[in-house]
Design a binder for this molecule. Sequence first.
Ligand code: ZN
Length: 255
Amino acid sequence: MSTKFVRVLDTRRPIWGIVEGNVVYHLEGSPYGKWQRGAMLGALHALPLLPPTEPTKIICVGRNYAAHAAEHNSPVPEAPLLFLKPPSSVVGPDAAIVLPTLSQRIEHEAELAVVIARPCRDVTPEEAWDYVLGVTCGNDVTARDLQRQDGQWTRGKGFDTFCPLGPWIVAGLTAADIADLAVTCRVNGDLRQQGRTSEMVFSPAYIVSYAAAVMTLMPGDVLLTGTPAGVGPLTAGDVVDVEVEGIGVLRNPVR
Ligand code: ZN
């Protein structure tokens, strides 16, 4: 059975909630430890949602869908190509993606995001899923011109607001449950990206294991698992929706 964990702004402080249908209940405790369902907080649409996690790091994989590598005339890597986004790039559902004036080409990248449950280091791909709390939707917003110009990706991937996450973490899923889900991106309602998690070159569990051979993954840390083909530009006034089938829709305006 799956559970939807959400973070809500409650009179200026963040609290945890559980989404059931269109209603949010208070979560007493923490999804990373013991918890129980508390009082009703209100209707889902009426509550201000925060990013569902505050990661110490966001680990991303480049070119994990062959069709996306092809659209940039890049080869599919023989091992996961990891890079980092800073925690300061995270925003929640409905928060604006702010276009920086330093770039002339800012693009969306719809991705399945994996959230870590407990400290994780040196695990096999078979063990890795035991360290995962759940999954959410992510948008690996990218300044494509700066990414190309710099030769490495710190500026191109690192601006404030370049990592929308949410709307909630769906926990209690197995690796098999997420092995073949549609990942789509719509801009102003028009379909821009469409792929399936089954098309990934490296599975989420393999990526967790690969990253945890390098650094300790902490509770709340996020792994973005790569984007399918169809990335394209964002302009001020756009509304961008990232959807992972059965998980949710992450909507952010662009300004
Ligand atoms: Zn990406």
